[in-house]
Design a protein around this ligand. Sequence first.
Ligand SMILES: [Ca+2]
Ligand SMILES: [Ca+2]
Ligand SMILES: [Ca+2]
Ligand SMILES: [Ca+2]
Length: 339
Amino acid sequence: MVNLFLTLFLIGNLTYKTIQVDGNLEDWTLDESVIPDAPNDCAVTGNEIYSIYMTWDANYLYVGASYKVQNKALLVVLDRGVGKGVHDINNLDWYPRNFQFFGMNADILIALWNADLGTGGVRTITGEIVNNKVRTVPFPGVLTQNRAISGDSGGIEVALPFTSLFPEGIPQGASIKAVSVIAGSDNEGGVESAPDNPSVRPYQASAIRKIVQITLDSDGDGIPDEGVRPVDVTDTIYTEEQVLKISAFDLSQRSARIGETIRIEVSVTDYTNLDIAIYTERGELVKRFVTQNAEPGSKYSFDWDLKNQSGNFVPQGRYIIVVKAGEYVREKKAVFVYR
Ligand SMILES: [Ca+2]
Ligand SMILES: [Ca+2]
Ligand SMILES: [Ca+2]
Ligand SMILES: [Ca+2]
């Protein structure tokens, strides 16, 4: 009996698959093709996603992409479920492309241009705004190899250390959401996606509503599962289009004195970015709060301490708080500041 348990224990420990990160995809199997894609469905010839692969061992999450691109960018977008991420990647400081994500926030970006990893790599999307752009930072400890030349079929392989993916430890039930796209140059939208997204429009703003979710820890013990076929723990998630509305816009008070704080609470009906701006009655911007990754069903709070962008208290008067969700949805309310 002891021997049987010991044998099972040893087998259990031998079932992790380790990928050679050399850009050669021969070490991947169909069990690991978590996003298979048609070989002939890209809107622009010379470009194609064939398959996105994913697997893991005790230390790394491995991602592989079988693809070809020609004067285009290949992007693999991940959401690890922790960290901030963004709903829209058109305003990144690195590989900005006109994609909006529903059902996931873009959190980690694997990107390359024209099959050349030179300008590409792997970055974390911090969600912070710096100089009006969403800041990205190189992903720590990542291993990346690409084996493709422009227009040729090839592969990119990436190993993401779990210590960087989940710096505070692997959450119980951890999963990764993923989608891959091919796009033109900066601020252009999609010519191809995997999984297929019908609303991907060549060079236009492209909504991504169909994504996959790969569960790393099905048994909830905080350890990536062993002996699992990644395809068996992959689900397709489709987020239906909602009419974007501001479902709540509440102010803690409509008038305030210096030293007090007005709390602004906002909820929305769909994934969006939120822009809360406070203006004087003459339309001068006083203060702005931006969040890139608002989700339906959550409440977002912003505390205005009655100071302007420079950190000084504003003069007595009426101020207008304008909440903008996405490009077109806005509501406003007035408040009065006494001094
Ligand atoms: Ca390999
Ligand atoms: Ca394809
Ligand atoms: Ca496709
Ligand atoms: Ca587990």
